[in-house]
Design a protein around this ligand. Sequence first.
Ligand SMILES: [Mn+2]
Length: 332
Amino acid sequence: MFFEKFLNYIKNCDSIYIMGHKHSDLDSLGAALGLYNILCEFTNKINIILNKEQSLAGNLLEYINNFLDLDKIILNNNINITPKSLLIILDTHSKDYLESYDIYKSFDKNNIIIIDHHEINTDKIIDYSLLIHDTSSSSTCEIVTELIKNININNKYNIKKWQAESLLSGIMLDTKNFVLNTSEKTFETAAYLKKYIKDNNFAIKKIFASSINIHKIKSKIIENSEIYDNYIISVCPENIIINNNFKDLKLACTQAADELLNIKNIEASFVIFQDNNNKGVGISSRSLGNINIYDIMKNLGGGGNNTMAATYIPNSNINIIKQKIINILNKL
Ligand SMILES: [Mn+2]
């Protein structure tokens, strides 16, 4: 079984580093925190590699700071990597999306584990020694919870409430509150986590709250959307791009893409935004599953799965990209 192999790596390394994707979200960070706590039972040389400033999961970081000394746990540089250091990559397998490709490169390629639920893009996959990959899992948090369940088979370890909350919030993000991409296993996993969350999910509700500014951007994006047949496209208005920071824009775009899928008869949504700083174009896309947005985003250099996918196209223009998407969808 994969978790036995996984444990062998844990037992044979001298230090552990956990890394998610760029602009970490509740799934990559939730999985990192969930894994962190159980692996602390095996070693005290364990850190999470994360760019806090660029994280889209700021509420989760704020919440966890009540329980852990995040300044000690989370590193971004000055990392002391030895030939026996183990790197666990979460929620991505792509060299373009790693939190830090430079840090990844310093690890021995025999000590790299990938845990991911996205469709594998063979052109972009990094070198690894163990791949724990399951596209039937809703999220990386679901896979990590399975690992924790297996490691903790005799209830030997103490699963913390904040640990369960971190993992459950990642599952909720990637399933859009248990609607998309779920299986029987997803609900079993959630039930397992819920045993450790005795209250009425107060913390999770707060973790999902967003600022008034993000709500305002989101409503402008929704206002600017156009329906074509059974899909919807919105271009984030230029004045919104100019007046807001990248982090708020990115969060608002992903949340707007989620919301556009709530419109009657809509099968897929696409939110396109111009990144003025880096001259690129970002797209957040969602689908109920019938329109294969993974293929569309992959064709545009991105990745994801059949219900959630995204891409970033360097040196491009929103109007060109919008027309490209329309052309692809018209041919389906
Ligand atoms: Mn994910």
